[in-house]
Design a protein around this ligand. Sequence first.
Ligand SMILES: *[C@@H]1O[C@H](CO)[C@@H](O)[C@H](O)[C@H]1NC(C)=O
Ligand SMILES: *[C@@H]1O[C@H](CO)[C@@H](O)[C@H](O)[C@H]1NC(C)=O
Ligand SMILES: *[C@@H]1O[C@H](CO)[C@@H](O)[C@H](O)[C@H]1NC(C)=O
Ligand SMILES: *[C@@H]1O[C@H](CO)[C@@H](O)[C@H](O)[C@H]1NC(C)=O
Ligand SMILES: *[C@@H]1O[C@H](CO)[C@@H](O)[C@H](O)[C@H]1NC(C)=O
Length: 352
Amino acid sequence: MKWNSLTTIALFAPNNVLALLRFPCAQLVIDRLDPLVNPGVSPSPHLHQILGGNSFNTSMQPGEHDLPGESTCTSCQFSEDFSNYWTATLYFKSKNGTYKRVPQLPNAGFDGVNGGMTVYYMQDGLYNFNQTSKVTAFKPGFRMYIGDVNARTREEVERYRQLTFTCLDTIATRDPQTLDFPTKPCAAGIMTAVRFPTCWDGVNLDSPNHMDHLSYPESGTFESGGPCPDTHPVHVPQLFYEVVWNTSMFNNPADWPADGSQPFVWSFGDQTGYANHGDYLFGWKDDALQRAMDSPCYINCPVIKNQTTAEMNACTVNRRVIEEIDGWVTELPGGHTANYIKPRFEYAPKNE
Ligand SMILES: *[C@@H]1O[C@H](CO)[C@@H](O)[C@H](O)[C@H]1NC(C)=O
Ligand SMILES: *[C@@H]1O[C@H](CO)[C@@H](O)[C@H](O)[C@H]1NC(C)=O
Ligand SMILES: *[C@@H]1O[C@H](CO)[C@@H](O)[C@H](O)[C@H]1NC(C)=O
Ligand SMILES: *[C@@H]1O[C@H](CO)[C@@H](O)[C@H](O)[C@H]1NC(C)=O
Ligand SMILES: *[C@@H]1O[C@H](CO)[C@@H](O)[C@H](O)[C@H]1NC(C)=O
């Protein structure tokens, strides 16, 4: 399924549909901060690309920090969305051992947006054009994380659903998706996707690992309409990030490792790709997200305010941690180096 088909369907979406939001957020800042996993810690262990409301700060604890109240702009298209969204950044490792940060691209249909990512909030699976399941919007102070920064095997990443990579032939390519980095140069870049679980315990805004207050459906999948378990009975929107990395300056096969491995590495050193992960701090103003999810919004959403690409791009904050993040650096920000770990379960020679 291509993006073109998705927009075509949007034009013909029936009147009884509820909401599927798909919108761009421009880059707010690239910085070594992580107010979810490392609140108050500056610098945090690894570099992130951060989007959304400009109240983003080193510490944003629930009850102490009011995202919509303290933000004066957002880098997201819907201007009542002061949430913060972030992922790690990507680097290319050259043959001489130095690293260069991989720039980002706007997604299909969002030309002119400065990097960032595409954010979805969905009631049903992406290609279910009915979108009729009732969902409860997140509450003020809600936050979550998905993935495992330490995952280096397929078994470890398979505990999560759909933390994926797509090798883009064109900006509209969506399949196949893999759980590890593409093994060949990708003409139009690499898309990484992060999909969060959709069942909430209804009580906790957070949990110690920032994941246990959420669950995947107890049977089936979100896409198949699987029911939420009794422990996590509240059906929340599926939050889904797509990030497009412009790899074109790194696509010359001569610059790739001679041993057949691939040269891209997450900003914390993972060269397998299995540690793909994402972070979210909910920050929609008042009931704007619930209003959108209860309305016949299919990508366009007249019940919530939007802003121009120029306004999105203009919303930025200054980097706090001043260090070299571009240029050919000898180590990744925070002192990480690529730590490719040979897959542990794929090959076990007896005489080694
Ligand atoms: C970040 O937090 C510090 C300390 O609480 C505060 O002084 C500063 O104004 C905050 N910055 C923003 C952009 O909210
Ligand atoms: C390392 O390789 C990159 C990419 O080819 C090149 O731009 C850079 O100048 C090299 N650095 C050193 C120290 O050789
Ligand atoms: C959408 O709804 C129609 C009519 O209720 C149904 O026939 C169709 O299977 C539904 N499509 C999906 C993808 O669920
Ligand atoms: C992607 O990167 C290449 C090489 O730096 C650059 O020429 C091109 O303009 C970039 N593409 C977009 C759409 O920004
Ligand atoms: C907001 O979205 C509508 C379509 O829903 C579009 O016509 C309008 O131009 C957008 N406004 C801005 C400021 O981008």
